[in-house]
Design a protein around this ligand. Sequence first.
Ligand code: ADP
Ligand code: ZN
Ligand code: ZN
Length: 675
Amino acid sequence: MIPRYAAVCIDTLHGELDRLFHYRIPAGMDVQAGMRCVVPFGKGNKPTTGYVIELTDTTEAQTSRIKDIAALPDDFCVLTTETLSLVRWMRDKYYTTLISCIRCVAPTAKVGKAFPSTRALGARKPKKDFGSDKPEVTLTDDQAYAVNVICSALSAAVFLVHGVTGSGKTEVYLHTISHVLAQGKQAIVLVPEIALTPQTVDIFTARFGDAVAVTHSRLTAGERFAIWKRALEGTVSLVIGPRSAVFAPFARLGLIVIDEEHEHTYHSETSPKYDTREVAVKRAELTGAVVVMGSATPSMESYLAATENPQAYQLLRLPNRINLTFPEVHIIDMRREFSRGNTSLFSKDFADALKEVLAAGRQAILFLNRRGYSTFVSCRWCGEVLSCDQCRVNHTYHADTGSLLCHYCGRGLPLPEKCPSCTSVHLRRFGVGTQQLEAEVARLFPNTATLRMDMDTTRGKFGHADILSAFRRGAAQVLIGTQMVAKGLDFPQVTLVGVIAADLSLFSGDFRAGEHTFQLLTQVAGRAGRSDYAGRVFLQTYNPEHYALQFAREGRYEAFYAHEIAVRRTMDYPPFTHIFSVMLSGPIEKEVIAALHKLQAIMAYCNKKKRFELMGVSPAFVSKVKQKFRWKLLVKCAEEEPLKQFVLYCIGKLRENDPLSEITVHLSLNPAMME
Ligand code: ADP
Ligand code: ZN
Ligand code: ZN
């Protein structure tokens, strides 16, 4: 029997339209679920793009009013049976509209227009910059065991490979991929950010040549579509890319690798706010593929799952570095420097080490994580960091009001004149940036060439790659940068790494600050001593006894994990509970705050049984962006589904009374970074 109607999802982002519309299929039109179509829509029957979600024989719509599908621009389905299931799952999981999920998963083009021809795009040349000259290696016992276990997994298994930096995780991925491709299946490799991992990408292209396609954010729509189509048709069998590559439409998907699985770039910041790891696991469930997540510093969520739920996540370990020794890591107590009269950015030991490295003609990386737009306040005498007594997160200093605020519960107080711990008056606000750091190097070492890598210097198309290759060529002896320099870079001449203010990430006002700091310091320390020259790492801090620093210095992930997970358990933070962040933004701050207070009142009213824990109204981490003021409210509950229902219901109630015309609502469940 030939279906007569198609249930169509219309391509508009109006939330109210998050439902399907029925259209009649004209005789002779070969429509399939998953196809793009053009349909008359709205008052003027404007030609509009739609996606065929289902074919049916009946319709609830009045047959006299039902319209015909106008055209089918393509001769293929932009959504496969599998990705159709995936977008439906995403809509519910990430409380968004079906169309925003479709836009995220399927290629897009103008209404009625065909996609560009992929033939015109020409053949790709595999690049052979790095890696290709490396001979095939013999796997170590740990690597061989991991490869063996993963390759003998029947289907839909999830593995967490915990391998220290330099333990050869990449080789495990390469062997597993070879196995999968040899079976005629396909694989996806996800990396945190393509621009920052050119070496990893080149190793894969060198090994698999023409079978590989690399996606990244700077591709044109045509290039992006060409890769999508090649994956659909199976003319490539390995796609490497950032989080969006998880949607590669392979028909015989066998493996998804997620390298550096703890990286926050795997969380989408725009709607649908998906977690790439969850999407990968869902695709594995739908296709029978295997998921391999790897990291030297796994996220609390993944490691908890791997240790407490081994049926779901299987843990594999690579505890040893290959041919490399761990660098010597020194923690420098900046309180002592201060009491000795050194008020510069560099401790004496680090300045001496830098001088030696420069004299020896080697290279150094100076790392300053300046994600903090706001600043924290600490005592230069005793190291005390002013923090909220309710939340175990530090207070953030707001220069405009001269006050301290907790970004978690919203409580605040005026900046005290004396340290509450030792009564010294030497309270210091932290907020040094990379530019200031570059100036300091120039002042101390006037004839030294430096390169700086941060948001400001990497804007151009080849920004990252240019800076990295200049540094590799030896165009500068010192590379200064934000967390961009912490990723998987491998520079043999680098023998010194300096973390200028380890406290910056430690006191970012986020309950994940300890975890982020440990991960960053471990990654950044892993940059030193990757060749025959011994490496040294200096961590400058006012809090040398902090567990994240101590465990990072000793390279003890398990010990760090045990400590951190205990804190999360006691404080009732994720992964033991779910936190829903509701952020409102708008041009008039008073209105934003008022709307949030209204929402809070609705929530309190609907929460008579106290099932949900409501936190206070507080400014967002970045409280003003592009002339819009941002305030937020957090709600906690141990169960995800009721929490989502509750928040969405209360926001619906708020909208009933108030159109929120100038205000945008941003929702985020368990955000990777506190917004
Ligand atoms: P990770 O990703 O775990 O930090 P890498 O995959 O970068 O580590 O491996 C570190 C170094 O060891 C690389 O230079 C890699 O080529 C090399 N390597 C990996 N496995 C082997 C092996 N079995 N034998 C020799 N060298 C290896
Ligand atoms: Zn003090
Ligand atoms: Zn608080």
